[in-house]
Design a protein around this ligand. Sequence first.
Ligand SMILES: Nc1ncnc2c1ncn2[C@@H]1O[C@H](COP(=O)(O)OP(=O)(O)OP(=O)(O)O)[C@@H](O)[C@H]1O
Ligand SMILES: [Mg+2]
Length: 303
Amino acid sequence: MIYTVTCNPALDCAVRLDSLTPGVINFTRDSTLTPGGKGVNVSRVLTALGEPTTALGFVAGSNGCLLESALQGMGLATDFVHLERGQTRINVKLYGDTETQLNAPGAPVLPAAMDTLLERLGGLSADAVCLCGSPAPGMGTDAYARMLAAVDCPCTVVDTTGAALLASLGERPWLIKPNREELAALAGRDLPTLAEVTAAAESLMDKGAQNVLVSLGGEGALWCGGDGVRLYQPAPAGRVIGTVGAGDSTVAGFVAGWLRYGDARRALRLGVACGSATAFAEGLADAEGIAAVLDRLPEIVEM
Ligand SMILES: Nc1ncnc2c1ncn2[C@@H]1O[C@H](COP(=O)(O)OP(=O)(O)OP(=O)(O)O)[C@@H](O)[C@H]1O
Ligand SMILES: [Mg+2]
């Protein structure tokens, strides 16, 4: 079982309209409400890959119940800690002649709720545990370090940014998955070449990450293994529809591939296939989309 943790999930409300005029009543064409959040995305793509997964994290109020039942309707298990106060946030995306996004802060997580999650994590018998996205308000930057310390599983993944990522490294996560911009922010410099990306990834390995997978958007992804292996998988060309959740799809594909084959090369191929299949899809990748991209993936380059 692959567990994912999303500290601050959301109901994503997408509204389509011809054009948006502030200050008047706008009539919309349609709207949808979809469960969102990085760990939630990872679990959804794992489900498309046929991997058993359970989504953990925090939800609140009736919105939280709706989020859970929507995920269960998609065929994945959930075991969220229910916060006593607040509501799981609703993020609104308005698609008119321009795109407008309204993101809410989310319900604060109090220490007792964090203790409940840590206890739940401590009791897991997991093949992999993926900690994804930003900590929720009130959690502190050591949230992922504390979760890693609680988990007893060799395959732990952290996909977050900045201080929360740095603070997690002392607990030796098995894998971190920064994108190029996140890695550059930590390095304090631009990383225009693969050699520079590799050097920046290696400095995070010096700080404790066992392996680093850097996603490079339309350029694919780079694997830096603790055993010294360096692999670059270019992404295939294709018509990009939306890259939201592409990196989360990469995490899902890589972890599923690693557990299936125990081989970084095949895991990297499945990771990039899932990321690109999401970029080429409306929403997250499905099984057919992933299989089609896997069929036409460029060769891996050994660095
Ligand atoms: N333009 C593109 N063409 C083909 N594949 C893409 C493109 N953009 C992204 N991808 C695929 O998605 C993967 C992840 O992309 P990216 O590096 O943008 O992740 P990210 O920034 O972490 O995304 P997010 O956090 O929004 O999920 C890439 O490794 C690649 O396989
Ligand atoms: Mg990302």
